[in-house]
Design a protein around this ligand. Structure first.
Ligand SMILES: Cc1cc2nc3c(=O)[nH]c(=O)nc-3n(C[C@H](O)[C@H](O)[C@H](O)COP(=O)(O)OP(=O)(O)OC[C@H]3O[C@@H](n4cnc5c(N)ncnc54)[C@H](O)[C@@H]3O)c2cc1C
Length: 323
């Protein structure tokens, strides 16, 4: 019998959430013995609006639950609906994104199904017994814990950026589309109104990210990161220490309590490379670190380690690029 991994696919602004695609992609490439099944809840009469996204996922099968009531996210209704599909599909592994909706939905679902939940994972593996090994930071990020669930399905939420989305050739999966009857479902939440934030450009998907840390010494020096980014066409980022000093906005913090990123090139100026920071850049293709201390931890993980003063290097790059 083939094992099954069921991925809850989240829709946002009529698009599939990036993290949902990343989870399917990781499962498809790393869990060869598993059938990868998607489940999405929609108010639309068909899923043609998602065809392009879906065709690149490589899903083996897709369940679509349709009802007008699924237009807005409602954790209670969605948990009841997803639970009914789990009863039918009987997956061995259940995965969803650690988005704001996912963080509300997952604990409700775990409680409803009476199963464990490993939240906010940064890595997922399958061992030789086909058991899910879910890894997440623990003890305030000082250690990484790998957790095995004692209950079935093994259930985990995954942080955005933990995996890379690798599109597959355009093939539509078998789609099982159903108009869901929600009348029998008990729902403890009524959505009174929804306030959708305007879509902002997603800097975390940039090919080049240039980050600054405490080694930049001042907010004024940190501003040079923005100038350099403009010249290169990169996006700026910061360590938590730089954010805490008010040099940068928390929105651009990279790491365990910030964003995970997977750029082609990550350039770190004056960042030591604490584990909590490195967790957020584990999928970067190339890391360039500029640090005055050649023994700083980030220098050992960097593809190119430049032992030098960060501000001097940034200023000379700006000078070269603007002349
Ligand atoms: C629960 C928890 C969650 C956390 N989450 C995050 C997170 O999401 N993201 C994050 O970044 N951190 C996080 N941290 C904090 C993390 O542990 C580090 O404290 C932080 O990353 C350090 O930031 P930094 O590298 O800028 O500063 P420092 O560690 O102080 O490093 C500064 C570096 O600059 C170098 N330097 C000094 N002068 C120069 C110079 N002139 N030129 C070049 N280099 C120079 C130094 O050699 C040093 O390596 C978290 C911590 C905890 C406990």
């Amino acid at each position: 019998m083939t094992e099954k991994v069921l991925v809850y696919l989240e829709i946002n602004n009529n698009k599939l959430e990036k993290v949902s695609k990343e989870i399917v992609s990781h499962s498809k490439h790393n869990f060869p013995d598993f059938e990868v099944i998607g489940l999405l809840l929609t108010d639309k009469a068909d899923v043609s609006f998602l065809s392009e996204d879906i065709s690149k996922l490589g899903l083996d099968k897709l369940f679509v639950a349709a009802n007008n009531a699924f237009a807005d996210f409602n954790s209670s209704l969605f948990a009841n609906t997803v639970a009914s599909y789990i009863g039918e599909i009987c997956p061995d592994v259940l995965l969803m994104g650690a988005t704001s909706d996912g963080r509300e939905l997952a604990p409700r679902l775990a409680s409803k199904l009476n199963i464990g939940l490993t939240a906010d994972c940064t890595d997922l593996k399958i061992d030789e017994n086909k058991t899910l090994l879910a890894t997440r930071p623990t003890y305030g990020g000082k250690m990484m814990a790998t957790i095995i669930s004692k209950t079935k399905p093994s259930f985990a939420t995954v942080r955005q950026g933990a995996f890379k989305f690798k599109p597959v050739s355009l093939v539509m999966p078998e789609i099982i589309y159903r108009n869901d009857d929600i009348n029998g479902l008990t729902c403890y939440v009524d959505v009174i109104s929804t306030n959708i934030k305007p879509e902002i450009e997603d800097w975390t998907t940039s090919d080049i990210i240039i980050a600054g840390g405490l080694g930049l010494k001042s907010k004024e020096n940190f501003e040079l990161i923005y100038n350099l980014c403009d010249l290169i066409g990169a996006k700026p980022a910061a360590s938590r220490a730089a954010v805490e000093l008010g040099w940068a906005n928390q929105d651009i913090q990279v790491g365990q309590t910030g964003s995970s990123v997977a750029p082609k090139m990550y350039i770190a100026f004056g960042i030591s490379g604490a584990l909590q920071h490195m967790t957020g850049i584990s999928n970067a293709d190339k890391i360039i670190a500029v640090n005055i201390d050649e023994n700083a931890p980030i220098m050992a993980s960097a593809d190119i380690a430049i032992p030098a003063d960060a501000v001097t290097i940034i200023k000379s790059m700006i000078h070269k690029l603007s002349h």
